[in-house]
Design a protein around this ligand. Structure first.
Ligand SMILES: [Zn+2]
Ligand SMILES: [Zn+2]
Length: 242
């Protein structure tokens, strides 16, 4: 959405439709095309299977961690709802089925950039960014943001718009917690909510590598405080005005 006209500086009040061109209601000059933003949550089990860190056990149908991505052997686990070791423990896992036709994944922690695709008809660029969000007191959620925009120079601005929608107005960019040693990741946090994705060499963010999703979710679960207090001291700051 455009909040003001870059030509005449007036604040815009007109209705703006995603994907449609906007001309200023005052000076009538063209401003641009309203970006399209979509946000969807992804099932964690599906994502772990796709990332090559887990598989569905043929014996008990549970999603079970793999000993390693290369060995593809199921770790020992209990059969569903029991304290008995499942006979599928230690057995080779079924191969991952390609989901939604995207990359194979599982090849270590290096994020694979999703190339921005261009719609030949509308000329809109489309970015798909997979990251993980966390709300205070909640569970980490895998989020897929689809951002469409006409002008490539708008890429980072549209990302910031989407983050504002997700986190509220008072977020800021921060390094991924240094103790966790993932310098290629970045996060935006408000102190009570955060979103983690991979750094994009051109600024802003891009998808986290499929093979890294499980590890980041585990870190967010185990060390939520590192993600939610990264802005200032996280709790009450000594107030100036009271
Ligand atoms: Zn104008
Ligand atoms: Zn099993």
């Amino acid at each position: 959405m455009f909040s003001f006209c870059p030509h005449c500086g007036q604040t815009l009040t007109q209705k703006q439709v995603e994907g449609a061109a906007v001309a200023c209601e005052y000076c009538k000059k063209p401003i641009g095309v309203v970006a399209i933003t979509r946000r969807e949550a992804v099932n964690e089990a599906d994502e772990l299977i796709r990332g090559g860190t887990a598989a569905r056990c043929a014996a008990c149908q549970q999603v079970v961690a793999l000993k390693s991505a290369t060995a593809r052997t199921l770790v020992p686990h209990y059969a569903a709802g029991t304290r008995k070791i499942c006979p599928g423990s230690g057995k080779p896992a079924p191969p991952p089925s390609p989901l939604r036709g995207r990359g194979a994944g599982g090849e270590g922690a290096v994020p694979v950039p999703e190339p921005a695709s261009v719609d030949k008809v509308t000329g809109m660029n489309s970015d798909v960014i997979k990251g993980i969000s966390l709300q205070q007191g909640g569970e980490p959620r895998i989020e897929v943001l689809t951002l469409s925009y006409l002008d490539k120079r708008d890429r980072v601005r549209i990302q910031i718009d989407a983050l504002r929608e997700m986190l509220g107005p008072n977020f800021r960019m921060s390094e991924y917690p240094a103790a966790l040693k993932r310098p290629h990741l970045t996060m935006w946090t408000t102190g009570t909510a955060c979103f983690v994705a991979a750094k994009h060499p051109g600024g802003g963010c891009q998808s986290i590598g499929d093979g890294e999703v499980a590890a980041v979710i585990a870190e967010m679960r185990d060390k939520a405080a590192l993600f939610l207090t990264a802005v200032g001291d996280g709790s009450r700051s000594p107030s100036a005005s009271g």
